[in-house]
Design a protein around this ligand. Structure first.
Ligand code: 5AD
Length: 365
């Protein structure tokens, strides 16, 4: 189980992880050296958060969205998406299913949808609290106003996820247009969430067109200083019905990438994950669905062996899930929640990892 922090004999990397060293690792191609990085991240994971993998049941509450994020398949401008918002009863069914599968916690995710009204969601949160024994409830609903965040905290939400996506300001503006008259400041919202008593989570996408190795090193440096409970890291996956997806396709065809472009590969994502584990050894880090898609055979396993200690199995009913396509194949339309659960349990057994119980909150080192 989680022991006391100690320097990593596997590498000594944790001590020597200056920003330059991080950037160097991000460019590393030598497989033997990379093995030492994986070993160090795995060891830090075992020392600080143990062998238990925390399972967080995911319910995609709504795919309505007011934003125009250029990477995201459910952006407001994508007319090809059939929009849905589930009922309170469907959320409760998912919460019960999470309990049945032995998941300690539920994550409610959606587009930035103001049809998810403050009181409606507060009512659902109270019902989950009353009707289930789930240990924690997480929200991931975009850049909501302060009053909503406070009301939902009050009603029983414990955690909130909001990735800053990239610390490169110009790139962020390019992929995440502001709403009229309102400048997006996710760092300020993350601080506010912490003030409200939420456990806060953030994260990035890896390999966004225009994102450099140096920029990802800056992201990891930022993680180091942020004191986040959770950090989600996944590869950028081009969605053909988005402006950035089309830009990716053109760049691919013309082999036209900016200097120092970081790839959106499984390998690069694993490097970022491993380095993040070393920078924030006590954080909860998911092996993301996007990582499992970029290498279907081994992405999730690699994530769990290179720093991750969380998986978020999808509980959204198939009918809605197929409409929540923020990137291609997200929906896994042929896999029921039970099938997803079976494959995750089998993977954990094969990796010699246990299933986490309870809230699986971060224990600060
Ligand atoms: N590729 C990879 N990740 C994506 N996300 C949204 N769209 C994509 C995409 N095309 C991620 C963002 C967001 C999270 C919920 O999903 O990082 O914060």
């Amino acid at each position: 189980m989680a022991g006391r922090p100690r320097a990593s004999p596997a590498l000594g990397v944790a001590d020597a992880l200056t920003r330059d060293a991080v950037e160097h690792w991000l460019r590393e191609t030598d497989e033997a050296r990379l093995e030492t990085l994986w070993a160090a991240a795995d060891e830090a994971r075992r020392d600080y958060v143990g062998d238990a993998v925390h399972l967080r049941g995911l319910v995609e509450v709504s795919n309505y969205c007011v934003r125009g994020c250029t990477y995201c398949g459910i952006r407001a401008g994508n007319r090809g998406v059939e929009r849905y918002r589930v009922s309170a009863d469907v959320v409760l069914d998912c919460a019960h299913k999470a309990e049945e599968f032995g998941y300690g916690t539920l994550v409610m995710q959606s587009g930035e949808d103001y049809g998810i009204e403050t009181d409606w969601l507060a009512g659902i949160l109270r019902r989950i609290r009353r009707e289930t024994g789930l240990a924690a409830i997480t929200l991931s609903l975009g850049e909501r106003p302060d009053d909503d965040l406070a009301a939902w905290r009050e009603a029983g939400a414990d955690r909130y996820l909001l990735r800053f996506e990239t610390s490169d300001d110009a790139l962020y503006r390019h992929i995440h247009p502001d709403l009229p008259g309102k400048v997006s400041d996710r760092m300020a919202i993350l601080r506010r969430l912490q003030e409200l008593g939420y456990e806060a989570g953030t994260g990035i996408m890896v390999g966004i067109p225009g994102q450099t190795h140096a920029s990802i090193a800056a992201d990891i440096e930022l993680f180091r200083g942020m004191d986040m409970d959770m950090i989600g890291i996944g590869p950028y996956l081009p969605h053909p019905a988005t402006p950035l997806g089309q830009e990716s396709a053109r760049r691919q065809t013309e082999d036209d990438w900016p200097p120092d472009q970081a790839p959106s590969s499984e390998l690069m994502t694993c490097k970022v994950l491993a380095l993040t584990r070393l920078a924030r050894p006590d954080a909860n880090l998911p092996a993301t669905t996007a990582l499992s898609l970029v290498n279907k055979a081994g992405g999730r396993a690699h994530g769990l062996q290179r720093g991750a200690n969380v998986v978020m199995p999808n509980l959204t009913p198939l009918r809605e899930r197929e409409k929540y396509e923020i990137y291609p194949e997200k929906a896994a339309v042929h896999e029921t929640a039970a099938a997803i659960n079976d494959s995750i349990m089998a993977l954990l057994a094969a990796l010699g990892r246990t299933v986490g119980t309870g809230a699986g909150a971060r224990r600060r080192s």
